[in-house]
Design a protein around this ligand. Structure first.
Ligand code: FAD
Ligand code: PHB
Length: 406
């Protein structure tokens, strides 16, 4: 048995765990990160693509923004398409200069793993039997196996950054958490294709056959999504069938459509809204998808993981520098204010742009009216724009030990 001690034990090396580890490093606080998958798996996993302005600013302030700055695609607007017509919303003009940046989550994770490695602080991949215990004590523990031997890591605090299917949230006694949840009667079939993006900006489409989304990863790679039933077997979709359906839903009356190319990745993701509150039990603090899930239509999941760990880093800094637990005690309420606003936005984007199996003709006409209003009212477009580029973080960069940003 190998026994170790650290200030903050972090479970999970996704965006939340890696960003937190680096924020703590910048404040001189020790951490150990424990991840159950391999480095390659964590980097290759194809997931989010849209970074809010605040997430880009945060990464720059942390000194890990070089990759985003060099290879990220800054978008000043997006399109909403319905009844065969695209309508542009100018995000930058409506928000006083803000934008979103398209930069794959796998690139974010790669940059953060490189930054972690450069600090020389521990990051264990391919751990097994990870468990957390003694959460109510002042010395909670993470137990795991690595390279054939058992490890026991004593911590001052544990950060549960292990995603929706992790072990941290289920380790909290039942009854201590309230769960708010909504499942949607559809999922997204997503593909990556070797095709130059045919638009410089994202296109969100409501078609009578269902939702479709045009996005990208680079000047040579297009990323596309289709609304499908939540349990749709991906094997039922040949590449030709995927392209037929993408083109049917996305082609607009002026002839715009995505470019076709070789499909290099395809998968189906179910959609849900989920919040577990409070985001803390004793000395275990949940952050990111471990505490909440949003349907991807608002592109908020990764960005919420970033804002949670900024709040957590500030709270831990306050504890170690001033011996104060005030910000730790406020952690959950502070995060949940922003989380619920992103939940509301993601639910609204999802329900306005997807077709439900149980919807009535009235519901569909209301959706069209919603989109017609959205794309013709400056007030409505401004509301979408300020939420899409990201509402302000709840705490300042300086309070978490970073240079001012944003
Ligand atoms: P995760 O990324 O899930 O990381 C958790 C880590 O913990 C993983 O590495 C996992 O392997 C590890 N882990 C799990 N269990 C254990 C264990 N027992 N022990 C040790 N380690 C463990 N968000 C956006 O902001 N914008 C988008 O455009 C967007 N698009 C999306 C599109 C799709 C198709 C999907 C599926 C998601 C999308 N998201 C988007 C959501 C985003 O990917 C997640 O919100 C984000 O990954 C959350 O980061 P996290 O670090 O909290 O969790
Ligand atoms: C993506 O590019 O993967 C993406 C873009 C916008 C979303 C969700 C995912 O809302």
């Amino acid at each position: 048995m190998t026994r170790q001690a650290t200030q903050v034990g972090i479970v999970g090396a996704g965006p939340a765990g890696l960003l937190l580890g680096h924020l703590l490093h910048l404040n001189g606080i020790d951490s150990v990160i424990v991840e159950d998958r391999s480095r390659e798996h964590v980097i290759d996993r194809v997931r989010a693509g849209v970074l809010e302005q605040g997430t880009v600013d945060l990464m720059a302030a942390m000194g890990v923004g070089g990759g985003v700055e060099h290879a990220g695609l800054r978008h000043a607007g997006l399109y909403i398409s319905f009844l065969g017509q695209r309508h542009r919303i100018d995000l930058t003009e409506l928000t006083g200069g803000k934008a979103i940046t398209v930069y794959g989550q796998n690139e974010v994770v790669r940059d953060l793993i490189d930054a972690r490695t450069a600090t020389g602080r521990p990051l264990y991949f391919e751990t097994e039997d990870v468990g957390v215990a003694e959460l109510d004590s002042t010395e909670p523990v993470i137990r795991f196996r690595h390279g054939g031997s058992a490890h026991e890591l004593r911590c001052d605090f544990i950060a549960g950054c292990d995603g929706f299917h992790g072990v941290c949230r289920p380790s909290i006694p039942s009854g201590a958490l309230t769960v708010y949840e909504r499942e949607y009667p559809f999922g997204w079939l997503g593909i990556l294709a070797e095709a130059a993006p045919s638009s410089d900006e994202l296109v969100y489409t409501l078609h009578e056959r269902g939702f479709a989304l045009f996005s990208m990863r680079s000047p040579k790679v297009t990323r596309l999504y289709l609304q499908v039933p939540p349990d749709e077997p991906i094997e039922q979709w040949s590449d030709d069938a995927i392209w037929d359906e993408m083109l049917r839903r996305m082609t607009t009356r002026d002839g715009w459509k995505p470019n076709i190319g070789r499909i290099t990745q395809k998968s189906v993701t179910p959609m849900r809204s989920f919040v577990a509150a409070p985001m803390r039990h004793g000395r275990l603090f949940l952050a990111g998808d471990a505490a909440h899930i949003v349907p991807p239509t608002g592109a908020k999941g990764l960005n919420l993981a970033a804002s949670d760990v900024l709040v957590l880093a500030r709270a831990l800094k306050g504890f170690y520098e001033r011996g104060s637990s005030d910000w730790l005690n406020e952690y959950s309420d502070t995060c949940l204010r922003r989380v619920w606003k992103a939940q509301r936005f993601s639910w609204w984007m999802t329900s306005t742009l997807h077709r439900s199996p149980d919807e009535t003709a009235f519901d569909h006409q209301r959706q069209i009216a919603d989109l017609d209003y959205l794309t013709s009212s400056c007030a409505a477009m401004t509301s979408l724009a300020e939420q899409y580029v990201g509402l302000p973080m709840e705490v300042s960069f300086e309070s978490a030990g970073l240079p001012a940003g944003g």
